[in-house]
Write a protein that binds this ligand. Structure first.
Ligand code: SF4
Length: 349
């Protein structure tokens, strides 16, 4: 798959677009001005591998809190603003690394210009985001309802407002809760503009359903080479969004960091508690940054052979298991010690 080349922008110290690695974003669900809870949540997200975080800015206390939050966290902070241009300016002055605001919602050109001047001064990009639920009536009428045309042309209107003020430090999102509409909209936009694209399927739902919708929607686009940064939207702990986002990238070989677990589905030959072993391994290996493929297979007959591409792995037997490296068995271990031994082997690599 060849990646569609877009312009590169900087969100704080994280590049987005061009040939930069595809980044994973999330959004805090704390009240931004509750600095303690917000910092705690951002730290958990950083640990899970979140590259960029966004927070809702609903008043001046939220905007002011950005400065303090940034002192205790390490990833760029995007201020999500709905309409109030003064809040946008306050957020940028407080240290926001990017704004998520639609210039068409700000009001007069004078107000848009004030926001742009403030962003230009600090090299702060703006994300224009069109969601299928908030397309203006005139676009719905002109393009016969909610579809890729009304989505894309709505976004282009906001983009033109910025371009007319010589501002091109932009990224774009076009989120719909419908996966086919999300795909069609991003595909169309990628043919019409070369600004970096922030992918997302909006209101994807609870963790199980939302993971599937996001994986299908964003996975399809990424496999087509479209997308520069992603956010999985789930009704749940934002850490789950980051885990899912990273796994989507990993599954397409777009993230070469951390452990990929290959495990068999189990069958009548499985004589070991494989499901529990895999769960334990997943938890205990989560913090490893080194790119590794770990296989956890149910039987010694097919396990090592089927998982030859893994760096290291386990093949279960009756109350015991074999540890293998690149498909070759190196050790026999009791079931209860398998994960400890696996970790020792990983550490010695
Ligand atoms: S690796 Fe062995 S236990 Fe696992 S599914 Fe294949 S045959 Fe069954």
């Amino acid at each position: 798959m060849e990646r569609k080349r877009t312009k590169k922008i900087m969100v704080g110290n994280v590049p987005v677009g061009g040939d930069s690695p595809i980044t994973v974003q999330s959004m805090i669900n704390t009240t931004t001005k509750d600095i303690k809870s917000t910092v705690e949540q951002i730290k958990r997200l950083e640990e899970a591998g979140c590259d960029i975080i966004r927070g809702a800015i609903t008043d001046f206390d939220d905007a002011k809190a950005i400065e303090e939050i940034k002192k205790s966290t390490n990833i760029p902070f995007i201020a999500d603003i709905q309409f109030d241009y003064k809040l946008a300016i306050a957020a940028v002055e407080s240290g926001a690394d990017c704004l998520r605001i639609n210039p068409g919602n700000i009001g007069s050109e004078v107000k848009v210009r004030e926001v742009i001047d403030c962003c230009k001064e600090r090299n702060v990009p703006i994300r224009i985001g069109v969601n299928s639920g908030s397309i203006k009536k005139e676009y719905l009428e002109k393009y016969n309802g909610v579809n890729e045309n009304s989505m894309v042309y709505s976004a282009l209107e906001h983009i033109r407002l910025l371009e007319n003020l010589n501002y091109e430090n932009i990224k774009i999102s076009l989120k719909a809760s419908s996966v086919p509409l999300t795909i069609k909209s991003y595909e169309k936009m990628s043919q019409m503009a070369d600004y970096p694209l922030h992918l997302g399927v909006t209101e994807a739902g609870p963790i199980w359903r939302g993971t599937i919708k996001s994986s299908v929607g964003m996975g399809t686009l990424l496999a087509m080479g479209i997308g520069d940064t992603i956010r999985v939207s789930l009704t749940g702990d934002p850490v789950e969004e980051v885990r899912v986002g990273r796994e989507i990238l990993r599954s397409l070989n777009l993230l070469e960091e951390g452990v990929e677990i290959i495990s068999c589905p189990t069958c009548g030959r499985t004589k070991i508690g494989l499901i529990d072993l895999v769960e334990e391994a997943e938890k205990r290996l989560a913090g490893i940054k080194k790119p590794l493929k770990i296989a956890i297979m149910g039987c010694p007959v097919n396990g090592p052979g089927e998982a030859k591409e893994a760096d290291i792995g386990i093949a279960g037997g009756l109350g015991e298991g074999l540890i293998f490296k690149k498909g070759v068995i190196v050790k026999k271990v009791k079931e209860e010690n398998l994960i400890d031994e696996l970790i020792k082997e990983i550490e010695s690599l």
